[in-house]
Design a protein around this ligand. Structure first.
Ligand SMILES: Cc1cc2nc3c(=O)[nH]c(=O)nc-3n(C[C@H](O)[C@H](O)[C@H](O)COP(=O)(O)OP(=O)(O)OC[C@H]3O[C@@H](n4cnc5c(N)ncnc54)[C@H](O)[C@@H]3O)c2cc1C
Length: 350
């Protein structure tokens, strides 16, 4: 098709619009369209549903490149892909045929509101409840965090029944009783349009149930909270800061050794990530890696900001954006063991 882009061309466009995507609470339309034009919307979707079905390692590497160019757009894609992955792996053939081709072509957008089952509001009563009744299911409560919510046609979410069992569901945007709150005022990644989604007496047919009722409906799924992809995105962001440092160090030899040390730490963590991704990571290994990656992305982006000095503090310079965006990895998809390991790294640096 004549409006196709290569991945490199799409990355250039993403980089060009990254400051705006980070700062403005509006849909990053040009960058999202660049993803569509380079085929990225089909990466996670199997061929039989109109995608290309990339292998997990290849996908991880491409996410990293996108994250290095524009973390906001890459984050939107990762949340959409999380919805596509859960749908793809559900074995729910009818819904896959109905939704995945339109997601692969970019005609529709879906996202996830799953944190209420994993990393959000775990110390209070479940915030999104459901009741099975007759041939349907009724939802009441909130999905506290949903990225890209104002743009979504479908929400992939997790609910809790009165007896404590959980279910995964797809909720169509036009379901009566569903409302999307305004985009939250975020310290970075404003274009992610993260919002709360409220469900008040939302009634759905049972065909929208993807999994459950079960005790832990997300157990065993790939790409869950704190998974390797989150570490991959953080490494992608760190790489941009480190590339900047290395370039600066060419002009300032006193920084050479420290820039090289950062690059070597990055390489070691990248190899660890690849190893875990190809052999299958257990939760403990994934949490430890996440903590080390969190520490590196914070250090590397702050080093870049310090090196860029006052000029780097200006909104026009990418260093301030990298440093703010790095903080996102302290709070996004960081389950208790990963948070614990991160706090240990921060409290007791080597
Ligand atoms: C920009 C952004 C985008 C996101 N996008 C998505 C998305 O698209 N989909 C998705 O599913 N999730 C998303 N998340 C959610 C994310 O992965 C985490 O779940 C979320 O950051 C957890 O924060 P919380 O404030 O809800 O945590 P909570 O644990 O609910 O904490 C809320 C408050 O209570 C306090 N608290 C926690 N535990 C206790 C306790 N035991 N006792 C007393 N106080 C306590 C905390 O310190 C905090 O101040 C997003 C988050 C952010 C920031």
């Amino acid at each position: 098709m004549k409006d196709n882009l290569t991945l490199d061309q799409a990355l250039d466009l993403l980089e060009k619009h990254a400051a705006e995507a980070d700062a403005a609470p509006s849909w990053p339309a040009t960058s999202w369209d660049a993803l569509r034009r380079c085929g990225a919307l089909g990466w996670i979707i199997p061929r039989e549903y109109g995608g290309v079905g990339l292998a997990p390692l290849e996908l991880l590497e491409r996410y990293q490149r996108l994250a290095g160019a524009c973390l906001t757009t890459c984050f939107l894609l990762s949340q959409r892909d999380s919805a596509c992955r859960r749908l793809r792996d559900s074995g729910h053939e009818e819904l896959c045929r109905e939704l995945l081709p339109a997601l692969a072509s970019g005609q529709r957008f879906a996202t996830v509101g799953l944190a209420q089952l994993t990393t959000s509001r775990q110390h209070v009563r479940p915030v999104l409840m459901a009741r099975l009744e007759g041939d349907g299911v009724q939802l009441d409560g909130v999905m506290p965090w949903v990225t890209g919510a104002p743009q979504a046609d479908h929400f992939l979410t997790g609910v809790v029944l009165d007896d404590g069992r959980q279910m995964l569901l797809v909720v169509p945007r036009d379901a009566a009783g569903l409302s999307v709150g305004p985009p939250m005022d975020l310290m970075a990644l404003q274009g992610s349009l993260t919002a709360e989604v409220r469900c008040q007496n939302v009634r759905l047919e049972r065909r929208w149930i993807l999994a459950g009722p079960a005790e832990r409906v997300l157990a065993g799924g790939r790409g869950g909270a704190g998974g390797l992809e989150t570490s991959g995105l953080a490494l992608g962001l760190a790489k941009s800061a480190i590339a900047y440092l290395q370039k600066e160090a060419e002009k300032r030899s006193e920084w050479q050794a420290r820039a090289t040390a950062c690059a070597e730490s990055w390489q070691a963590l990248q190899e660890q990530l690849r190893r875990l991704a190809s052999t299958g990571a257990d939760a403990h290994a994934a949490s430890n890696l996440r903590a080390k990656v969190n520490a590196l992305v914070l250090r590397a982006t702050q080093f870049a900001l310090a090196a860029a000095k006052g000029s780097g503090f200006l909104r026009t310079h990418p260093a301030q954006r990298w440093a703010r965006q790095a903080l996102f990895f302290l709070v996004w998809s960081c389950p208790a063991p990963a948070l614990d390991a991160t706090l240990t790294c921060l409290a007791l640096p080597e």
